[in-house]
Design a protein around this ligand. Structure first.
Ligand code: SAM
Length: 578
């Protein structure tokens, strides 16, 4: 196949065979040899194209986002940092609090889950395996990967990376020993570090040695010479004998693989975005400085609050990012627009894309309950396989934070009641032993056939793909707003974000100040009907409120207003300006 065909036909390009050995095995491990192309839809543009480049962030499952990116960026990304879920069996929540309220209580604050980190069987390993293979495809020959993880899965991830990148391309196991409060554990040492595994694509990788200032103890070992210069006598490590070292000639203390000088983001830190598991900018700065040069592309496909993107923007690197949680995309957008606004130099702006349509769920965590309700499934509680029953079919809601793959079938395959299957087959040899309804958010082709083949019994399987069939389903409560044009001003008179009000148990009529419910207001004065290009970005500081009144410029045409509430849900409306 020609290079051109490879680039254009994502589906027809088989990934390079995996070279590294030995290999880790897990239940349901299957090869991942190629992917398909997923289109992306441009939704917003912030700032300008500069020197032919504009940064990009994507809302979607990173498997689909990376499959999309392969077309243009295969072999072009210099640094990929990922901080994926750690398989920690936890739910990560964000505190949502009414704006402008100093004190939080039950009436004005609650916790909202942003993402869960719970996996059954070995789904996690297959999930990471497929994404790491795509990461390798995207990396340039001189590129590097930093995989942020911890004790839960670092040992397995290292084996998987050895397999994918080749053990010879392993560079470091970095220990980020975050200080901060010590968890009290009675029967083991308290856990106090994360692990970053670094791999390179080839021997040609970019590397810039990093230094930190010398410790006082080290400096104390130097004496002053007659000119006041600090020096010390040392053994010559190469030629033998002695030599003199001047402190001002030593570039600093080389940073090694134990990083204990970077604190976690504290609750009052300026960089804090109030996103769970946010990583410190200093950590990303070190990685970006070590493994990229100015103008290189940095990619983080589990971007969360956008730390890698923010640090790239501040340090003259290009960036791409993605997250499946809309809250993460909104948080990153807010963070980046603030950096753009504060920047005096002309730096590239960024675009926001959707890959596939996750619009129906603001956040995948609540999706299961919503689906059960919307599809009118009779729920079954405390059942290890099924979520409910509908029209004589047993219903399984597949994980909704990604497209359903064959690996996701393992839970069913492991837990099926094979004794009953056997009995039913003997009683009615020509009938299916089970009637199933699989509900998913996008799925691999032939999912149903794969399940039947694995199980070895006749099954009657119906697959409902919410992304395809969603148009007739109602999941979100619509928001309402009253926006008017008066005396040359655009005025937001009222805003009722229904899901948020429901969570706060506030009736629409009892909203005291709609501004307390709002995270940001963005306005595009000349909306082209497709892509929001806001020139007004009203993001108030912590205890302040949006303005609500905006002067309309003379050249305004169709005005598009986007109001984003504290849950990251947005309301958009267009107004014709005369
Ligand atoms: C540990 S957080 C990343 C935090 C980030 N490093 C920061 O500094 O804010 C992991 C992120 O991965 C996202 N995520 C989980 N599964 C994903 C998927 N399949 N595709 C894209 N993002 C995903 C979660 O929504 C979450 O925001």
């Amino acid at each position: 196949m020609s290079t051109y065909e490879q680039e254009v036909n994502v589906e027809q390009h088989e990934f390079e065979p995996i070279k590294g050995y030995p290999m880790l095995n897990w239940k349901g491990k299957r090869p991942f040899r190629s992917t398909q192309y997923y289109p992306a839809q441009l939704k917003e543009t912030h700032g300008e194209v500069t020197d032919g480049w504009i940064n990009k962030i994507f809302w979607g499952d990173n498997l689909q986002v990376m499959s999309h990116l392969l077309k243009e960026y295969r072999g072009k990304i210099k640094l990929i940092y990922i901080d994926p879920p750690f398989d920690s069996k936890a739910e990560y929540k964000k505190k949502i609090k009414l704006k402008g309220k100093q004190i939080s209580n039950d009436l004005n604050a609650f916790e909202e889950v942003q993402y869960t980190d719970m996996w059954t069987n070995d789904e996690y390993l297959q999930f990471m395996y497929e994404r790491l293979i795509l990461i390798r495809e995207l990396l340039s020959e001189d590129g590097s990967l930093y995989l942020h993880c911890d004790w839960h899965k670092s040992h397995y991830l290292r084996c998987i990376c050895d397999e994918i990148f080749g053990a010879q391309n392993f560079r470091n196991e970095i220990v980020w020993s975050y200080f901060g409060f010590k968890r009290s554990t009675t029967r083991k040492f308290p856990q106090k570090h994360d692990i970053l595994l670094s791999y390179v694509k080839s021997e040609e990788y970019i590397w810039n040695v990093q230094y930190q200032p010398h410790s006082e103890e080290y400096i104390k070992r130097f004496k002053k010479d007659e000119n006041g210069r600090l020096y010390r006598d040392d053994v010559n490590p190469t030629g033998g004998g002695s030599r003199v070292i001047y402190l001002d000639e030593v570039p600093g203390d080389i940073i090694d693989s134990v990083w204990n000088d970077i604190p976690p983001v504290n609750p009052v830190a300026k960089e804090r975005q109030n996103y769970p598991t946010q990583k410190p900018e200093k950590l990303l700065e070190r990685i970006i400085n070590a493994s990229t040069n100015l103008g290189d592309i940095v990619f983080d496909c589990f971007m969360g609050s956008g730390t890698a993107q923010a640090v790239s923007l501040k340090n003259g690197r290009k960036f791409i990012g993605s997250d499946i949680n809309l809250g993460a995309v909104q948080t990153t957008t807010k963070r980046l627009t603030k950096i753009l606004a504060a920047n005096e130099k002309s730096v590239p702006g960024f675009e926001v894309y959707n890959v596939n349509n996750y619009d129906i769920f603001r956040n995948p965590v609540q999706a299961k309950e919503l689906l059960i309700e919307a599809l009118e499934v009779q729920p079954i509680h405390n059942n290890s396989i099924y979520d409910g029953e509908k029209d004589g079919r047993m219903v399984k809601i597949m994980p909704v934070n990604r497209i359903a793959s064959r690996a996701d079938l393992n839970e069913l395959i492991t837990n099926f009641d094979y004794k009953s299957f056997e009995k039913r087959q003997i009683e009615n040899p020509n009938q299916p032993v089970e009637r199933l309804l699989l509900v998913c958010m996008g799925h691999e082709p032939d999912l149903a056939a794969a399940l039947e083949q694995e199980v070895g019994y006749k099954l009657d399987i119906e697959v409902v793909d919410i992304l395809r069939d969603k148009s007739n389903l109602e999941f979100k409560r619509d928001s309402e707003a009253e926006v008017i044009v008066d005396s040359g001003n655009l005025i937001i008179k009222n805003f009722y974000p229904m899901s948020l009000l429901q969570k706060l148990s506030i009736m629409k009529e009892n909203v005291e100040d709609w501004k307390e419910l709002v995270e940001s207001v963005m306005i595009d004065w000349n909306y082209d009907g497709a892509v929001l290009e806001p020139t007004v970005v009203d993001i108030p500081e912590k205890n302040e409120l949006v303005s609500g009144i905006y002067k309309i410029p003379e050249d305004a045409g169709t005005i598009r207003v986007k109001i984003t509430d504290l849950l990251s849900e947005s309301f958009e409306v267009s107004i014709d300006n005369g």
